[in-house]
Design a protein around this ligand. Sequence first.
Ligand code: SF4
Length: 225
Amino acid sequence: MKTTDKKTALAELERLYPDAKPALKYTTAYELLVAVILSAQCTDERVNIVTEKLFQEYSTPESMLRLSQKQLEKYIFSCGFYRMKAEHILSASKDIVEKFGGEVPNTIESLMSLAGVGKKTANVVYSVAFGGAAIAVDTHVFRVSNRLGLAKGKTPLEVEDGLCKAIPKENWSKAHHWLIYHGRRVCHSQRPACKECTLAHLCDYAKSTAKSDVKVTKKSGAKKP
Ligand code: SF4
């Protein structure tokens, strides 16, 4: 995708989703951190159901550490990968209490030093809870960026790097939400709704699909309608 097309695509995403915001419910940086850990391979709707109950009693790292691994697993069972997620939540909570005085740290490096916290989780907490400039690449951001041609890459880190180059820094956090909304509402993983997509004229995937359709039509000898 050409630089000018990238700018046009970003402007269109902003026009489409001016109020894009996180779907996860939280009231503190710690609650957001726990919710993001739970959201791996799980819908935000499911996470919100689970955290609504969990945070009634366990909304700080200190209170969370009163739960045993097994007790926490029972709360978060329906989010999937519950053993690993319980382990990560407890380990991160322990680190927050022991190394950061009970406060979630506010830099990407220190967030990533917490047990079980990777780059994507750190970027979400840094940008959403602390207003920092970062682009978290989740499955939607990865897919839409690659299909559009906004930032191509085989790994989330490669895509993050490309997005950071393509998008002005002041829009990094907002662009993360625009791409998530577009992935959820239009550019679905299985059947992207390219015919309804207002970015189709700019999109690498849509253009390549249109070309292969023409080739198939020519090969099969189908007449134009
Ligand atoms: S044209 Fe299709 S592939 Fe491209 S962004 Fe839109 S829905 Fe996704």
